[in-house]
Write a protein that binds this ligand. Sequence first.
Ligand code: MSP
Length: 662
Amino acid sequence: MPDKPKYYLTTPIYYTNGLPHIGHTYSTIVCDTIRRYKRMRGYDAVMTTGTDEHGVNVERSAKKAGVPESEFVAKMAAEWRALWDELGVQGDEFIRTTDLKHAHTVQWLFKQCRDNGFVYPGHYTGQYCIYDNAYVDVMPGENCPDCGRPTETVTEANFYFKLSAFQKPLLDWYAKHPDFIQPEARRNEVLSFVEGGLRDLSITRTSVRWGIPVPGEEPHVFYVWFDALTAYLSAVGGPQYEKTGFFPADLHLVGKEIIRFHAVYWPAFLMAAGLPLPKQVWAHGWLLMDSAKMSKSLGNVVRPRPIVHVLGMDALRYYLLRETVFGQDGNFSYDALVQRYNSDLANGLGNLASRTTAMIEKNNGGKIPKPATFQPQDTALATKAQEAIGEVLEQYDKLGFSLALEEIWSLIAATDKYLTTEHPWSLGDSEADQQRRATILWTTAEVLRIVTALTHPVLPESTTKVWSLLGQPGQADSVALDGLRWGQLVPGTALGKSQALFPRIEKAEAIERMEAMEKEAQNAPSPVTTPAPASAPGASAAASAAAAQAAPEKIGIEDFAKVEMRVGQIKTAERIVGADKLLKLTVDIGTEIRQICAGIAQFYEPEKLIGRKVAVVVNLAPRKLRGVESNGMIVAASVGPEGRPVLAGFPDEDVEIGARLK
Ligand code: MSP
């Protein structure tokens, strides 16, 4: 079988000085939808996301929280990662700019640019916006023209990147690749910026401490954008990118305010280093709240968790993709969100699925009926469904999510209408009536199957349920969209168990619950706070500090006994595509063979692990790592500042497989 074509897409990496709101969520969900779609079109699609963890903002936030920067960013990155998991985001690699492999890639890229003559030392004085991490063209005392926050005068020694040398190469590139920047309005904006002339860019800082060091040039650290953009390379192999075959990206998806960094600086850095350029940079619009871009400082943010809690993750995904025309700004409102949920999901897709399957359950013993003679109204619906397949795929290809969903929902509406006019529920028991009902129900179920496959990239959770409700083979994500056609629903297929999809909800009550949770989240302490030391009234500050430093709480033997550790033997070990830290192992633990993922891929060759005896925590709840089920944990020491894993083992004795560690 020929290899699947590779497709690499990226979200921006998110700043860790704040927590995600639905604006950030939008970027990530769009990317996740594209990844799912591309996989269903037969691509080996890989998506990366991550966190942008360096810079003055983090230095300041960590100081305010009273913790070292490394601890601060680790906790914040964990929050981001956890949220994406809750939203069903299937990222293949979560890159942190504090990862060692990332630092090496940034240093390597700098060396390439420098060796090729595009870097030189200098000095710079200018107004700096620490929020946007950029020098801005204003006078001292003036605010940042982009975000309106105060700027600071910064003078420092630094290294310059010869951006000016790339004006012509960039313009030539844009001319040769007219689709490189999307949409058109952003392309024009970038073109006029570059045509206006490019000034060299300072790419290191000496006024900042929390950053990746420039080797041999300390105290220089890399400018956050040189650092951050390089994450797109370090996520897929870094200097060895040719081995993974994913670089350069097919698509960098970004918000419109960071288009310049992606469409000017990034390609210039790559050209300077002699590396290939991405195929496309797509800038989406902003999610607005009360007509302003959602932002922490404006206090108009809406968080994803309350929405997911009340309406489910698919409701948020659907709303974001349906309500906003991709590329333009969109306004968020709780009212419109619940409206969409009730009308499109509960009354639309949910209702179609439950009434169709309930009728098949009642009249056909829970098996897809065999259609008899098709009448013109059946064929008309079939034609509409077949045409919808083509149009929806075309829209998805253009990232026209809202139009794709509109098309699918117009098919759902046509099917509702078809059911109303054909009213299968009022047909009787005569042979002719039974045959007519079977034809109508088969036709309706066939529409539902097609709708389910087409909506899966947007609604992964609920369509997975509908797919099994329809008794379809495999999972909804395994459908090859290229082969999706009218008429493939096999009569006689037994329906699966019925499941709740989108229970209707009273609008006022839903909004009240979401707003209350949002308020609670706003008042909650940051995930990174120093624990208040337990101190007696009147105790000195020094004593309180000492208490805070006290040894960690001791546990009793009964707590330790809860952890069941056994000797296991590794039977197979393989790498996981797109997750370069993980190995997928099968391990014999005496009573059974378990599949376990271990984050040791960068330090252990899979072949050399076969037959090795290891310590396994066997009573850990199963979980998914990068989408792969892991049922247990291999114990390893964490060595050195980078936490290199060293497997615990039994070199002196031939221990029995399954023996308990006590
Ligand atoms: N760290 C940089 C990106 C570096 S990429 C090499 C950054 N981070 S960010 O956290 O501020 O923004 C990340 C993404 O979230 C951007 O694409 C931005 O446009 C998006 N959004 C943040 N607020 C948004 C809205 N209100 N609406 C839509 N997207 C928005 O920039």
